[in-house]
Design a protein around this ligand. Structure first.
Ligand code: 6R9
Length: 542
């Protein structure tokens, strides 16, 4: 099928997911079944998606966007999320997505860092952008998806722009290395980094959508991921539509009953979700699931965090299905290691490498480790969906490579049959419900609260979320702990960063352990929290 997808060296993702699908005979095939939170449904054919994304490509062109400019979507799940993303890519504009619960600092750190020229959002989010707009001088246009009229020369109505734009757009020839998507991801130090991808990533998203997720045009597929997360773009947009599948997209929040109703009603055959959601479903009374007919469901896949064996056992017993775990990252662009139908599942293991991917377990000094030794999970560079660089941060990009390996930041081991087993992360990044949270970003937000003198943020084990965000906080005298203060701090992080970065637990302490160079010793905080030995404390300065 790959041979038929790419023709004349045209790698444009927007084109391949829409125009090309029409050429392949799927113009009247349903590309998206949109189900709103209130249950209202609307179907979009590939022809519809092609027309809408063409119009939006023209909107950006008419506003003066050129290839290489940056544009962001800052939307909840809405049909426009998909058509504007694809349209922007058609115009060869570098396209980023943002979680709709991002606060103003999180927006500034991404939209500002990328020097984006435009953003599409909804009226109720505008105030978050406006609070930092003067610090984003490159931002020329804000498009309001629910704005009926233009508000000013730079705050524009999507409806008006779309009405004035032609549905005809000829996607420019797009060689494989043309920059495509910019996804920000958290590191343990510094601000979040923009992971830049190229249009060539579609090769691998297409291959894995077919060979791992088993997608074909006949399947009905639902990926629960938000488009702010790489899973929501690689496997909620690109991979599946490059294969010609019908995707269900749901505008509602997590709700066990609503989700199972959706699976049944839409006849979902392939479902891609995440461990936290599965663990939440596990907490429901099993009787709930007996009320739904899931006979059309064939496969369930998972990504984002370790999938505990208990979840697999539960799904076998209650849903009568296996769950196939998949491992990858924003930087890898597509699934690298996976369980898949036809392969024995070893509960707790991430599975075997995808065809063409060469993982290795490597020591800190860059030597391949033998046998079942635990070490850094690395990849041999060169897979088609490999990121291009970190935006404006070539230095950090280079640091990710050593001795001919890409260091993922995870640790793992490989068993005698080649299955990979996740052990943890080699950095301080917190994985809470599949969201990577930078302790640095949370600490910075905490320091903005007047009463806070110092803080140190760690991830601690959590039964539901895999990890929870725990903040150690010391207060400036004469301030003292109160419930009101705790609430104030919580609200501040939620407004400035995001709701998932907001500490689940706050521990008020006299001081924060730091090393001689003033760096917060998160390792010490973690050991204190877990009641374990913190190891070598010779550099500690408290
Ligand atoms: C797609 C995505 C990447 C990090 C990754 C690892 C963790 C992802 C996992 C998993 C254990 C799995 N992770 N899949 N850990 N088992 N199957 O998640 O991208 O947001 O960049 O996160 O998530 O730590 O390094 P991203």
């Amino acid at each position: 099928m790959l041979e038929t997808l790419i023709e004349n060296e045209q790698y444009n993702i927007g084109y391949l997911c829409t125009t090309r699908q029409c050429e392949l005979g799927r113009a009247e095939h349903t590309a998206m079944r949109w189900v709103a939170a209130d249950g209202e449904r609307k179907d979009f054919t590939y022809r519809d998606l092609d027309g809408l994304s063409n119009r939006f490509a023209n909107v950006l062109k008419n506003l003066g966007f050129s290839p290489g400019d940056v544009f962001f979507t800052f939307l909840p799940k809405t049909p426009e999320q998909f058509s504007t993303f694809l349209g922007s890519l058609k115009a060869q504009v570098i396209t980023g997505t943002l979680f709709s619960n991002f606060g103003e600092e999180a927006i500034l750190d991404r939209v500002g860092d990328a020097k984006a020229k435009g953003i599409i959002t909804k009226k109720s989010y505008l105030k978050k952008i406006n609070r930092v707009r003067d610090r984003m001088p490159a931002l020329q246009y804000v498009i309001l998806v629910d704005g009926e009229e233009h508000q000013s020369p730079d705050v524009l109505s999507y409806t008006q722009l779309m009405d004035a734009a032609s549905p005809e757009f000829s996607t420019p020839p797009t060689p494989p290395d043309t920059p495509s998507i910019l996804h920000y991801t958290s590191g343990s130090t510094g601000k979040s980094k923009g992971v830049l991808h190229a249009h060539r990533s579609v090769l691998m998203q297409h291959q894995t959508a077919r060979d791992i997720l088993q997608l074909t045009p006949e399947e009905i597929y639902w990926c629960t991921a938000d488009q702010g997360w790489v899973t929501g773009t690689s496997y909620g947009i690109i991979g599946p539509w490059s294969v010609g599948v019908t995707q269900v997209h749901y505008g509602g929040q997590y709700d066990a009953q609503a989700w199972f109703h959706l699976l049944e009603q839409e006849g979902v055959t392939i479902w891609y979700t995440a461990p936290t959601a599965l663990r939440m479903l596990m907490r429901e009374d099993p009787a709930l699931y007996r009320r739904f007919d899931l006979s059309r469901l064939k496969y369930i896949f998972s990504v984002g965090e370790p999938l505990n064996p208990e979840v697999i056992h539960w799904a076998r017993k209650v849903l009568h299905h296996d769950i196939y775990d998949t491992w990858w990252q924003t930087e890898t662009g597509a699934i690298m290691i996976a369980n898949r139908p036809g392969l024995e599942i070893r509960p707790g293991s991430m599975g075997l490498p995808v065809a063409g991917v060469e993982p290795a377990i490597v020591s800190d000094s860059g030597e391949m480790l033998p046998g079942k030794e635990q070490g850094n999970l690395c990849l041999k560079p060169g897979w088609p969906s490999m990121f291009v660089t970190y935006w404006n941060n070539e230095e950090v990009y280079r640091q990710k490579f050593r001795n001919g390996f890409y260091f993922s930041g995870d640790t793992a081991y490989r068993d005698e049959d080649g299955y990979y087993w996740f052990m943890g992360r080699s950095d301080d990044v917190i994985n809470t419900a599949g969201h990577l949270v930078s302790p640095f970003e949370v600490e910075s937000a905490l320091l903005e609260v007047d009463e806070v003198a110092e803080s140190g943020v760690i991830g601690a084990p959590d039964d539901l979320l895999f990890e929870k965000v725990v903040a150690f906080i010391s207060l400036r005298p004469p301030f003292e702990y109160s419930r009101e203060l705790e609430l104030k701090i919580r609200l501040h992080v939620s407004n400035k960063v995001s709701s998932f970065a907001t500490p689940q637990e706050m521990i008020f302490v006299d001081s924060i352990p730091k090393n001689k160079s003033g760096k917060i010793m998160r390792r010490v905080l973690k050991a204190r929290y877990l009641g374990t030995d913190a190891g070598d404390l010779s550099t500690l300065d408290i």
